[in-house]
Design a binder for this molecule. Structure first.
Ligand code: ADP
Ligand code: ADP
Length: 237
């Protein structure tokens, strides 16, 4: 269970991107965060995994106080949070398999350092996950040879291969056409359900949030302005 309490972020320029946002995500649910550009959606996710340092508040993942961690403990905690990004964030010159395995490290060093780190179990799990995202047979393709939809499938595989406690997903479809977006959302929510991983997802397409989320959170100017099931958002709109 992810439990965020009164999260605040003021950037050094004085921009109050988050003004005290609280949210719990657990069980097997998909929670979508919607809101206009600049509402604070990206900041919210990046403060949870501490790619951005929040100014104040509390973040707990299965009882672990994320904001107190540093060094190795923080790296381990980040491994419990599977990240999926808007621009996929693949290493272009590496293969599909190398990209997926790099999720277990949280970063990519040299291929030799890399090989020493992985057991047969890691590789077996990576093959299994790549099969489930429809990329069996593409393990040795270079990331920069893939289509956008395929790249995001690699992103999904890289995030779930490490058996995270939660998936943090930032605008996964904004670089994709509508048809590919839907395919990616189908795949993401199916795999999360099968592996019983809760999902916190930023998405600006409200129709996709309504279709795929169990709960919707509306952000505006760094504040939560709505929280409820998709049906209630339909009625409010
Ligand atoms: P969203 O993801 O909803 O578009 P963001 O979290 O990206 O919103 O941005 C929230 C606010 O914080 C915006 O006003 C944005 O300009 C500002 N912001 C985002 N990142 C930074 C940064 N690194 N430095 C300063 N201001 C930032
Ligand atoms: P994203 O597409 O992830 O929302 P943006 O295009 O908003 O990212 O921002 C790109 C980069 O610029 C990010 O590192 C973000 O943190 C930073 N940034 C965004 N808004 C501002 C801002 N108002 N001032 C300074 N940096 C910002």
């Amino acid at each position: 269970m992810l439990s965020v309490t009164d999260l605040r972020k003021t950037y050094s320029g004085g921009e109050e991107a988050l003004r005290g946002v609280s949210l719990d995500v657990g069980g097997n649910e998909t929670v979508a965060v919607i809101g206009p550009s600049g509402a604070g959606k990206s900041t919210f996710i990046s403060c949870i995994n501490r790619l951005t340092e929040p100014t104040d508040g509390q973040v707990e993942l299965d009882g672990v106080d994320i904001l107190r961690l540093s060094g190795k403990d923080l790296r381990n905690a980040r491994r419990d949070m599977g990240m999926i990004f808007q621009e996929f964030n693949l290493v272009e010159r590496l293969t599909v398999m190398e990209n997926v395995l790099s999720g277990r490290l949280g970063y990519v060093s040299t291929w030799n350092a890399f090989r020493r780190k992985f057991s047969g179990d890691d590789v077996e799990r990576a093959y299994e996950v790549l099969d489930r995202v429809g990329l069996a047979g593409h393990e040795n393709d270079r990331a920069d040879e893939l289509s956008g939809g395929q790249r995001q499938r690699v992103g999904i595989a890289r995030a779930v291969v490490q058996r995270p406690k939660i998936l943090l997903v930032d605008e996964p479809t904004s670089s994709l056409d509508p048809e590919t977006s839907r395919a990616v959302m189908d795949l993401l929510t199916t795999i999360a359900a099968e592996d019983e991983i809760p999902v916190l997802i930023n998405i600006h397409e409200v129709n996709l949030a309504i279709e795929y989320a169990d709960r919707i959170v509306g952000l505006r100017d760094g504040e939560k302005v709505f929280e409820g099931p998709p049906e209630e958002l339909d009625e409010a709109a």
